[in-house]
Design a protein around this ligand. Sequence first.
Ligand SMILES: NC(=O)c1ccc[n+]([C@@H]2O[C@H](COP(=O)([O-])OP(=O)(O)OC[C@H]3O[C@@H](n4cnc5c(N)ncnc54)[C@H](OP(=O)(O)O)[C@@H]3O)[C@@H](O)[C@H]2O)c1
Length: 383
Amino acid sequence: MKNIAILGATGSIGLNTLDVISRHPDRFKVFAVSAKSDWETLHKICIKHLPSFAVLVDEAAAESLRKVVPAGVEVLCGNSALDDIASHQKTDFIMAAIVGAAGLSSTFCAAQAGKRIMLANKESLVLGGSLLMRLAKKSGAEIIPVDSEHSAIFQCLQGGKEGLNKIQLTASGGPFLNTPLEKLSSATPTEACNHPNWKMGKKISVDSATMMNKGLEVIEANFLFGLASNQIEVVVHPQSIVHSFVYFDDGSVLSQLGLPDMRSAISYAMSYPGRLQSGVKQLDLTKESSLEFHPPDMKKFKCLELAYKAMSEGKSAPGTLNAANEVAVDAFLNNRVGFLDIPKIIAKTLNEAPSQNLDTLEGVVENDQLSRQIALSFVGSSD
Ligand SMILES: NC(=O)c1ccc[n+]([C@@H]2O[C@H](COP(=O)([O-])OP(=O)(O)OC[C@H]3O[C@@H](n4cnc5c(N)ncnc54)[C@H](OP(=O)(O)O)[C@@H]3O)[C@@H](O)[C@H]2O)c1
């Protein structure tokens, strides 16, 4: 029996993880769950799964949950409690599914404690990739990707990396794939969050619409698989059936396919190196009218270009890119800036922020905070 701590249990990845766990009560136990403030959903989860710990970052939300929580569930509060459940000696696996840089500290704590980290929170790798990979190597922690593209590559590389030439991350292109650039200036948060294939949280939905999600994934792949930037390509594949490609020197190309349902990648991270029944329907390729592949339009999707630039610059640039993106996306979701202001704010922040080596977690956090301040100064003045 494996004890699982789900960080970000009330979100899209968290709820899908709970669904997979429910199918295998003989193999997995929900040991701990967390959310930021959504205590009502966390309450429902507690009733169904009876975890030992339920963590809420927000104090008032934790107080509300304490009044109604079933006996046996201890309610904890605050960011340090996230670190505690991630590194608890009874935790075997963590699902790192907090959105954004807020997931950094708990992911690092789990890495330090040698846990299996099922990594959905790509931002942890973008911010502190080399540090996190080094820490995991030292402690024996396993990092199993949950992003469907990285899970696909991870699965294709089970035979080893010998002769690996390059990888290609597939991208749906998001809701604005066929929208002309001139119409994007008036795109609304509702339109940006209306993803054609995946049902996801708001932040990652906007990231998919700007293609920053693919940019963050390029940087994630750089750290996870130890590849050079020119070995990581992006190909637009609107159907989201092929989850990525791995090219080898002998001309062979490996790929992993499946319906767009995160439970495949989640269940693989839970059962690796084996496989589990995940609840995902079987793919029937005779029913897919066509599978298309196109090069990405870097002029229209400037965020992808900025991510490649930040990856090449290295040092603190990927962390700065991520911080500026979080600030800009939040401002867009709150109608403070337009859709096309997002890449402008990120570009200006990258120009303004100092480039520095990040050798400690404290350094990573300081760079994140400084970059946020710089990005905030451009919100509202993004012409
Ligand atoms: N959704 C997908 O299909 C998908 C696919 C691949 C990778 N990912 C990655 O997985 C992560 C989660 O995505 P999602 O779509 O599941 O997000 P989501 O639906 O927005 O859920 C986010 C979760 O994180 C919690 N949270 C938010 N801010 C927090 C904070 N400051 N401190 C602690 N907890 C916080 C939320 O709690 P509340 O509910 O209380 O706000 C919620 O439980 C992201 O890094 C995303 O890029 C997602």
